[in-house]
Write a protein that binds this ligand. Sequence first.
Ligand code: NDP
Length: 484
Amino acid sequence: MEKILNYINGSYCAPLCGEWLDNYNPSTGKVYAKIAASNSEDIEAAYQAAANAFPAWSNTTIDERSRIMLKVASLIEKNLDKLAEAESEDNGKPLSLAKSVDIPRASANFRFFGNAITQFASEAHESVGLDTMNFTLRQPLGVVGCISPWNLPLYLFTWKVAPAIAAGNTVVAKPSEVTPKTAYLLGEILTEAGLPKGVLNIVHGLGPEAGQAIVGHPKIKAISFTGGTKTGEHIARTAAPMFKKLSLELGGKNPNIIFADCDYDKMLAVTVRSSFANQGQICLCGSRIFVEAGIYEKFKTDFVERVKKLKVGYPGDETTSIGALVSKPHMEKVRSYIDLARQDGGTVLYGGETVKVTGYEDGYYLQPTIIEISDNSCRVNQEEIFGPVVSIMSFKSESEVITMANDVKYGLSATVWTGNIDRTMRVSKQLESGIVWVNTWLNRDLRTPFGGMKDSGVGREGGFEALKFFTETKNVCIKYASEE
Ligand code: NDP
């Protein structure tokens, strides 16, 4: 059976303990590969490789770093089909989505940060009249840790490692053990692109074992983490006494606010996508839909009609809109929320059942599910489900919907549909979320700050924010004599 090996010091290697984990294909429910079950010894080996590589890499010219990163980007593109197939097999997402979104974005991440580093600059402050000049150095931190989740595997893995190495750091990185395949395949690409040994080390294994060893390693200077809020809390608790720099991109429970004055057809089409893309397993999905009372009944009918047409099926089939959920435990968790919604008085307008796909009967398929609720405080509207489940409810006024949108512990993203520019400004300013999309969704310019408020995280990624995170800021103050 295929083995997912670690990539340490530029070579593939088995875990030192010789232990392996099962890797499931969610579309069939079958084990198809064995994953290195690495522990702290492997993390130590990866750390040593990264520490040895740091002096040379941090002194490599910006042009050279950029050149290698652009080469990685091109090779990801060249391997689009192979990587997309691996992503779909590992995660259950439609192959068409992996081809059009996940893998192109992984390539874009390397290209973007390979270019961004050539433009990254720091400030100078002249203390006029005091014969003093200050300038700011932004120096790489050293060895940093990157930990990513399973929902957008290579997309989010590269979103972290690309700025880290662009800024001159060396890295110990761990993808989710649920979806390790594309990060494993990236090793070959790094070698082919000529990335020096030890600059990026990829270690597989369980979060509480391998992930914990990265976070707890006393010499790893910073942790960039994307994942669940509970895990983020645990990571913060481990890292804080060591004063590590932390970037935490955590869960969400994002409102999708629909005013009657919006472009209805556009809103409806995008709302289907923002609810169910990637089986609803995107931290930015709008899982709480609030609709202004005047169009609520019409929306309800039209939305259900549209969602009924989404085909749940084998991810490799081109006509599939909704593939398999990532794992059996995750599917059970999502189903338990649908049961809970029913107990809490919610009405399932559509979906709620598992689907048997012919030929793939053991896969983890679930219908897209729409639940009508009347109270924003119910658990289904307060807790992250992270699956193909949305709630809908109506609202009467702008102030009422802003209160409900904000009345949740998360604050990652929000979507607003309106044709009124004054309302756009008023609502955007009051929403407690790191990102507000108006009349669009998941529209990303990689230069913009990305991250959440409240329990959705700490810090911002994207553009120069990411390069700032991965560098230490140092002020150099020079007093000079104004006369010879
Ligand atoms: P988890 O928090 O379970 O895992 C995320 C990563 O952390 C995985 O690599 C996991 O490893 C690892 N991990 C788990 N425990 C520890 C630990 N004690 N120490 C170090 N690392 C650990 O999240 P999921 O993978 O389930 O991802 C889904 C979550 O991610 C959702 O809450 C979603 O909202 C959030 N997310 C947030 C985004 C954002 O940008 N804000 C974007 C995408 C997702 P392993 O899987 O191997 O156990």
